[in-house]
Design a protein around this ligand. Sequence first.
Ligand code: C2E
Ligand code: CA
Ligand code: CA
Ligand code: CA
Length: 279
Amino acid sequence: AKNSGKRGYMIFNDAMHDAVAEKTQLVSRLRQALKNQELKVYYQPQFDMKTDSIEGFEALLRWESPEYGMMSPLKFIPLAEETGLIVEIGRWVLAQACAFSQDLYKSGQRRLWVAVNISVVQLIQEGFVQSVADVLAETGLSPEYLELEITESVLMEQLADNVRKLAELRAMGIRIALDDFGTGYSSLTYLKKLPITAVKMDKAFIDDIAAGGIDAAVTGTIIELSHQMGLSVVAEGVETETQFAFLKQKLCDTIQGYLISWPLPPEEFQNLIETGNKR
Ligand code: C2E
Ligand code: CA
Ligand code: CA
Ligand code: CA
């Protein structure tokens, strides 16, 4: 490659080759990571605006690898989805999160609900609903304390099948939240067709609150209309008191964000709950 006259072209090719090689390497490392216990589940509190306390938490996956350090799920989850590895990883996260919720309760804490992110690649698997039922049976967690978060934009693919599965999960008593709401192309009327219990407003809306412009008004409207449809509203990425006050005034049900706490490793989350969870 180095001897080529069309150097630019060959450099481009080399770079592409490197990217593919790096990806292959990453995938095989990710496969090992699951076995070697380099994957961790962190927990971020979900704060209830009515009771003024932490009532639940979201499970967020972390990969701490010796060679890459702490890697963002935004980087490795797409890879895990491409290769199908997310099916195994996702089931593991679900089992960890449900078991953790049970442990907390057994250690004498109030019952908290647990929210787990589900990739559409998991959802479209034939046995997905059964695998969730299996995890609940294995861990002993009651379905009403489990919420599955599904990203809005991907739900549209194979919509009929997905809706049927979500309805089955709902029938079991599991709650379903539409994640990253507002970033996709769905309309509020389309929400009515989905067997969901909550919408999770994307951080982009929350970021705009302080500006006080048109987007703040949109945020308020989304909350109102969601309530009219019987849906609960979660705001994510809440970082400031201004956002908190606005969301409280607009009767947002639940908030999540650095203002309350970062996602924490299990022991630290447990400490946070034990030392009192008032703001
Ligand atoms: P998400 O589900 O939308 O999660 C919210 C992200 O915002 C998380 O990033 C969280 O750490 C971050 N966050 C929370 N509060 C704040 C805040 O106040 N300010 C800011 N700037 N960020 C905040 P994280 O943990 O890096 O996860 C990124 C994405 O990776 C998640 O977005 C989710 O789509 C995906 N993900 C994480 N864990 C899992 C998993 O177990 N399974 C699947 N399928 N996806 C996962
Ligand atoms: Ca989420
Ligand atoms: Ca989200
Ligand atoms: Ca997201």
